[in-house]
Design a protein around this ligand. Sequence first.
Ligand code: AMP
Length: 230
Amino acid sequence: MSKLKNIFVFFGPPGSGKGTLAWLCVKRLGFVQLSTGSLFRRHINEQTDIGKQIDFTIRSGKLVEDSVVSKIVTEWLENAAHEHSSIILDGYPRTKNQAETLSQFLSEKFSSVKVCIVRLQISDEKLVERLGKRVVCAEKSCQKVYSLIENSSHKPKQTGTCDICVGKLIQRKDDAPEAVKKRLAVYHSHENELIDFYGENGVTIEDFNAADLVERIFEKFLCRFGFSIR
Ligand code: AMP
């Protein structure tokens, strides 16, 4: 029996804070999250067949093939739907083809599920600064994200060490300047086709200012979707 009621698609450029907002929703609202980027990085770390296949693509800031991503996501959704009522997809769909596959899958398997697009908007200049100062925990099971920007509320307590699991903090290979440029270009090349696709299919798109503090964005998220924290 499926428990699934809501799917929130977190949509925005790399560095817009999708993962950090998702983390708050998981911790404070009990949602479950699938980050395709984190999942792929785990495959690469563990040198699985998929990991070997996508390593170069990810390092160079390009997108993994639609069929590979969509298969992983739909299989994951089929399992997660038995246990969770609200699911966040962080970083999927990213192309019109992926959006069509998801939409088809949901109409066949979970036709009563409500899909909402949470769009995080921010300038490219701010993103380049953020990504240049972003570090992540190297522990496969943790991957917590931090910022080294002065005065950021996401600075690690101790330089180079994860607050949660004491893992080493590293820069992601695809946060190197050349890869960031490529990733932003890739994002912008698919942005409008996705927005048009959702517009044509009557799916709600809720815009959030990703330059705000994440706690503020979270408060607005609660308000817009009618959630409260006990
Ligand atoms: P992210 O952590 O979301 O920035 O994703 C890191 C990288 O994983 C991206 O630059 C892509 O190479 C790959 N990736 C993640 N999600 C997708 C997706 N939905 N479609 C294709 N590639 C993806």
